[in-house]
Design a protein around this ligand. Structure first.
Ligand code: SAM
Length: 257
């Protein structure tokens, strides 16, 4: 079985669309996982059989697709822009915001949004959703325990206000954890919600093909309210934003006109 056949088998067995991931990168990561799991190089059939039979191997396989690296206030200057320009604009239109952090990994991103909003609008109950394809990382997100590295961009005041220290870990206080709900969602296959004021989808579409990225941007556009904002990663770009109906506010921020 060649790599193409492997992708088809994975789609039918696990409902995972590998065709939407950049092929060269994906194949390199899968080939090196096969070496790690003592699989014969290029024998995708026996590797697929292993994935079906062995849950541990399948979890390893999922990890290669879903690089979970994340941290609070990732790209700090972008979060400053969000706080100083984007949230004031959104809050001028609506008191209660509906926000989606798509592919949120361990939750640092939606919790960062929750912290900013808690400071800007104390007492308000905004709707903040975090989603990811990876159920295990969502469990970690709901748990809310972070390493020093993951909170390196959090100010001392925010660390005091929103975290408790347990040994070497920073544990989010329940008061802020309660503000975010998590659900499993595959950006490539699951249906999208509607009526969002802000969608953050950062550092995941870099793994997708250009076509998959373009389809996603259309879906994000539809899922946003008029005047809503799409927040993407610092190394990402939407070339055809104008054609889609977005206005570029600043790098990483696209406003639905
Ligand atoms: C590098 S993390 C980004 C986390 C966060 N957005 C940030 O920028 O720090 C990428 C996340 O994308 C998720 N992911 C990969 N493929 C996905 C898909 N098809 N649908 C939803 N999430 C996906 C991974 O599980 C991983 O948690």
């Amino acid at each position: 079985m060649n790599f193409l056949g492997f992708k088809e088998k994975v789609k039918s067995s696990f409902n995972l669309d590998l065709n939407a991931y950049k092929e060269r990168q994906l194949k390199r990561r899968i080939d090196s996982l096969m070496v790690k799991l003592n699989q014969d190089a290029g024998n995708y059939y026996s590797f697929w059989k292993l994935l079906v039979a062995d849950r541990g191997a399948y979890m390893h396989f999922l990890d290669t697709l879903t690089i979970n690296v994340s941290e609070f206030f990732r790209d700090k200057s972008m979060f400053n822009f969000l706080e100083e320009k984007v949230f004031p604009l959104l809050l001028a239109k609506r008191k209660v915001l509906k926000i989606w952090s798509a592919a949120c990994s361990s939750g640092a991103e939606p919790y960062s949004l929750a912290i900013i909003l808690d400071e800007m609008t104390p007492g308000y109950r905004h709707l903040i959703e975090g989603s990811d394809i990876d159920r295990n990382i969502l469990q970690a997100a709901a748990y809310g325990r972070y390493s020093h590295e993951q909170v390196r961009n959090v100010s001392r005041l925010r660390l005091e206000n929103y975290f408790n220290k347990e040994g070497s870990l920073y544990v989010l206080k329940d008061s802020i954890k309660r503000k975010v709900s998590f659900r499993q969602h595959d950006l490539l296959l699951s249906p999208f919600g509607m009526g969002y004021d802000l969608i953050a989808c950062r550092n995941v579409t870099i793994y997708f093909t250009r076509e998959a990225q373009e389809n996603l941007n259309i879906k994000f556009y539809r899922a946003l309210n008029h005047g809503g904002v799409l927040f993407i990663g610092a190394s990402e770009m939407i070339f055809n934003y104008h054609e889609l109906g977005f206005e570029k506010m600043a790098s990483c921020f696209y406003l639905k006109k």
